[in-house]
Design a protein around this ligand. Sequence first.
Ligand code: NAP
Length: 280
Amino acid sequence: MILIDGKKEAKELREDLKTEVSELKKKYNKVPGLSVILIGDMAPSQIYVRNKEKAANEVGLKSEVIKYPDTVEEKTVLEKIEELNNDITVSGILVQLPLPKHIDKQKVIEKISPSKDVDGLHPMNVGNLSSGYQGSIPCTPLGCYLLIKKIDSNLKGKKAVMVGRSNLNGKAMAQLLLQEDCTVTITHSKTKDLKSECLQADIVVAAVGIPELIKGDWIKQNAIVIDVGINKTENGLVGDVDFDEVLKVAKALTPVPGGVGPMTIACLLKNTIECFKRSN
Ligand code: NAP
């Protein structure tokens, strides 16, 4: 049984990225820049953004956080994105989700230039991913993918089950595993028999938002299980997977916290560097 150490893997990735940034600096005499827009004062978003900024500074990126109160007008945010799109020192733009209700998420996502869309949510990048073309890949699925490949470099013919079909997680993850020649099933809240779908899987990726939904007897012996969920409970943070039960059957499992979360942030930095390289 392998307990996947997301913190260690993310640290290694950040070290590689730090080296890459210093090489890019020598070559271009400038470093990739990441601009994050944070709207409102929701505690989780504030924490995520603080961690992203710290990690960006650590690897040597130029980073800035632009903060607005949750009463900010949509027009102000769209104008700011336009300004960042035109700023050659900005390689990547991220608008921290969720947004206040009066701001149209789709308008905001589509306003970001696809070449600076480090979250990989712009329809152009979604299309690129599903067509197998170059573009930004959403950070969390990219992090999950890198963790899975570390466990098993040859995924050809493996059966992979996504639990959850959000654009941010399940759908993008499915595309990445499809490109690895997995046979992919995407499940969701209307799936008839989730347990039997999961039981067939060599790889399960759970991104649902329901504490400990996936039980030990839903998992095939020696499956790889990736837990994307982050759920606040009376007992602290837990994932979408019943950790103690699944640990007994899986070949490899990510813990929560300390699994997918740190890789998500490292992949945001990776995406920023990729955007910089493509634009130079
Ligand atoms: P989301 O947009 O709310 O999507 C949840 C998905 O789960 C939906 O597709 C939904 O199905 C499905 N679902 C709900 N109940 C289900 C059930 N009983 N059985 C099967 N599927 C069910 O959530 P998200 O943004 O993908 O996030 C999912 C979780 O990942 C959350 O806990 C979030 O905090 C966490 N997360 C973690 C990271 C990280 O870095 N670790 C990053 C992003 C998100 P329908 O489509 O039918 O509604």
